[in-house]
Design a protein around this ligand. Structure first.
Ligand SMILES: *[C@@H]1O[C@H](CO)[C@@H](O)[C@H](O)[C@H]1NC(C)=O
Ligand SMILES: *[C@@H]1O[C@H](CO)[C@@H](O)[C@H](O)[C@H]1NC(C)=O
Ligand SMILES: *[C@@H]1O[C@H](CO)[C@@H](O)[C@H](O)[C@H]1NC(C)=O
Length: 578
């Protein structure tokens, strides 16, 4: 997921000022483009995706603003790894197998606005790992293995507006993670409960038999101990309670007494069929509730009543036949709802009523055939909607009305077959990422993506049945389009697509399947196929490389404001971010 397009911190004129006097320098630099990368000299973007790189290439042009290193094998980000690239504003390091970010790794990146470290293998971050990122507005740490964050980890990030820590082993953040200036002190922070004194570690700490209670981390757990009932007697300061892989068919009323400090409760793989009314009574600080891999088919509002601050609810791989709408109304702060791999077959009006704060909704791998208009109606903050691997036969366009903040829409793996004009128009102003891969698509109307011109950054159309595709030159922000795995028929009607792709500085993966004479050629490169087509010469002469200076004509202000609303404090409601 991409962050804000630009920022008020960097005047939009900057690329212009830099580029005009330094044009020739950039051109020289562009010639130095590393072999494994694609350098887009008009936009100062460099992409070196999926190249098995083990280190940052050293010939990246110095003026580069956006660097995409997704899908490499960096493993370690050494100190000052990007020192030679002081103009970077966006750095994408997703899927790079990163296990370690050294202290000072990003030193010198004082202009960086977005850092994406998602989908790596980080289990911790050294205290000074993020030093030097004084302009950073968005930090993505999604899908790592972070368990704990040290005091001061984010202390240097004075401009940070959005922090994504979803899908980590993490579970609570010490308030001190945001504190500035007192990094080495392991002492207490305002607002956080005092750390348990060292003497309490050991025999003095109350802890149920068969469980382990760590006073210092305030984690307690009895994972996989064959328990038949939720034990009692955990230390009252416990913040994380891990009860996975036991057997609690029913969770009774007030099952967690005295745990008013609990933030994260793990109840996966416990054979749970029911949460009784009041089961979560007293868990006023609970933020994460993990109920995945159980046998729940319903959830009542009464069951959740004691946890009004719940932000993340994990219900994957249960037996839900519908969205537990009534229960969700008891969760005014719900931020992320995970209902993947259940048996929901439709979304009806009212199913998501009351989830006004919801940002991420995961419904992948259900049996949804219909999303009724109004079904998502009140989720005005919704950013990610995952409806992939369902049974939708058409894009639920009308249900997308009223989702002004949607950034990412996942519709892959549905039997869609065709896209109609204006299918995505309701989310045109916000949508950045659209997934339509493996959707049996045979036909795409020329106006299917209309409305998305100024925002769409990635478009996934791979693994469909497309023999033809209109050119999409109006998608001006496109940074990724995947057309691989389609049986393109390369005759003259594909000329507009060929022409568009040839002028697009992106790897697209479109390959001719027919006629036999063109089989295996890239649509983009198959000039021989198109040279004899009517109109080839005339239009070719007019084709000059487009030279765009950043070219962001997006309503930046508005987007920025929306991004700003995604405050860290939102993720972690009781923390105050200085
Ligand atoms: C990266 O390594 C994998 C596994 O060794 C290989 O299959 C793939 O082709 C490599 N990719 C590149 C771009 O070298
Ligand atoms: C835990 O309980 C003890 C005694 O009941 C009390 O003194 C202490 O303040 C409590 N601690 C917390 C963190 O609530
Ligand atoms: C669609 O493509 C994305 C990105 O490559 C991938 O992660 C996802 O699994 C694909 N979805 C399906 C249903 O194939």
């Amino acid at each position: 997921m991409e962050g804000p397009q630009s920022s008020t911190h960097v005047p939009l004129l900057l690329p212009l000022l830099l580029l005009l006097p330094l044009g020739p320098a950039w051109q020289i630099a562009a010639q130095r483009c590393p072999q494994t990368c694609i350098c887009d000299n008009s936009r100062l973007h460099v992409a070196c995706r999926h190249q098995n790189l083990t280190e940052v290439p050293n010939t990246i042009p110095e003026l580069t603003q956006r660097l995409d290193l997704q899908g490499n094998m960096l493993k370690v980000i050494p100190p000052a790894a990007f020192q030679a690239l002081p103009y970077l504003t966006h750095l994408d390091l997703r899927h790079c197998q990163v296990e370690l970010v050294a202290e000072g790794a990003f030193r010198g990146l004082g202009r960086l606005l977005l850092l994406n470290l998602g989908s790596n293998r980080l289990s911790s971050l050294p205290q000074e790992a993020l030093d030097g990122l004084g302009s950073l507005r968005r930090l993505e740490l999604e899908r790592n293995m972070l368990e704990e964050l040290r005091p001061g980890t984010f202390g240097a990030l004075g401009a940070l507006a959005t922090l994504n820590l979803a899908h980590n082993a993490l579970v609570y953040l010490p308030a001190m993670a945001f504190e500035r200036g007192k990094r080495s002190s392991a002492g207490t922070a305002p607002g956080a409960p005092p750390l348990a004194p060292q003497e309490e570690d050991g025999a003095a700490t109350p802890c149920p038999r068969a469980c382990v209670c760590a006073a210092e981390s305030r984690h307690s757990g009895c994972e996989g101990r064959g328990l038949q009932a939720v034990p009692r007697g955990f230390p009252n300061g416990t913040q994380l309670l891990d009860l996975r892989r036991n057997h609690f068919p029913s969770v009774p009323r007030a099952a967690f007494p005295g745990l008013g400090h609990l933030v994260s409760l793990h109840l996966q793989h416990c054979g749970i069929t029911e949460l009784e009314a009041g089961a979560l009574a007293g868990l006023g600080r609970l933020l994460y509730l993990y109920l995945s891999d159980n046998r729940l088919s319903g959830l009542s509002a009464a069951a959740l009543e004691g946890a009004p601050h719940l932000g993340y609810l994990y219900l994957e791989r249960n037996r839900f036949l519908q969205v537990p709408g009534a229960a969700l109304r008891a969760l005014p702060s719900l931020f992320s709802l995970h209902l993947q791999d259940n048996a929901v077959d439709h979304l009806a009006p009212g199913d998501l009523a009351g989830v006004r704060a919801l940002r991420w909704l995961y419904l992948s791998g259900n049996r949804i055939t219909q999303v009724s208009p109004g079904a998502l109606g009140t989720a005005r903050e919704l950013e990610k909607l995952y409806l992939d691997r369902n049974q939708l036969r058409e894009v639920p366009t009308r249900a997308l009305e009223g989702l002004p903040a949607l950034l990412e829409l996942q519709l892959s793996g549905n039997p869609l077959r065709a896209l109609q004009d204006g299918n995505f128009r309701p989310v045109g102003r916000s949508l950045q990422h659209l997934f339509l891969n493996s959707s049996d698509l045979e036909q795409i109307s020329p106006g299917a993506f209309s409305g998305l011109e100024l925002g769409l950054q990635s478009l996934h159309l791979q693994k469909n049945q497309l023999r033809a595709l209109p050119a999409l030159p109006n998608l001006r922000q496109l940074e990724l389009i995947d057309l691989s795995g389609n049986p393109f028929h390369c005759d003259c009607q594909l000329l507009p697509l060929h022409r568009w792709l040839a002028g697009l500085n992106l790897r697209v993966g479109a390959t001719c399947a027919t006629p036999p004479s063109a089989r295996g050629q890239r649509v983009k490169a198959a000039a021989a196929v198109f040279r004899t087509c009517p109109g080839w010469a005339a239009r070719k002469a007019r084709r000059t490389p487009t030279f765009r200076l950043g070219g962001r004509r997006t309503p930046i202000k508005r987007r920025q404001q929306e991004a700003d609303k995604l405050l860290v404090a939102w993720d972690i409601p009781w923390l105050t971010v200085a």
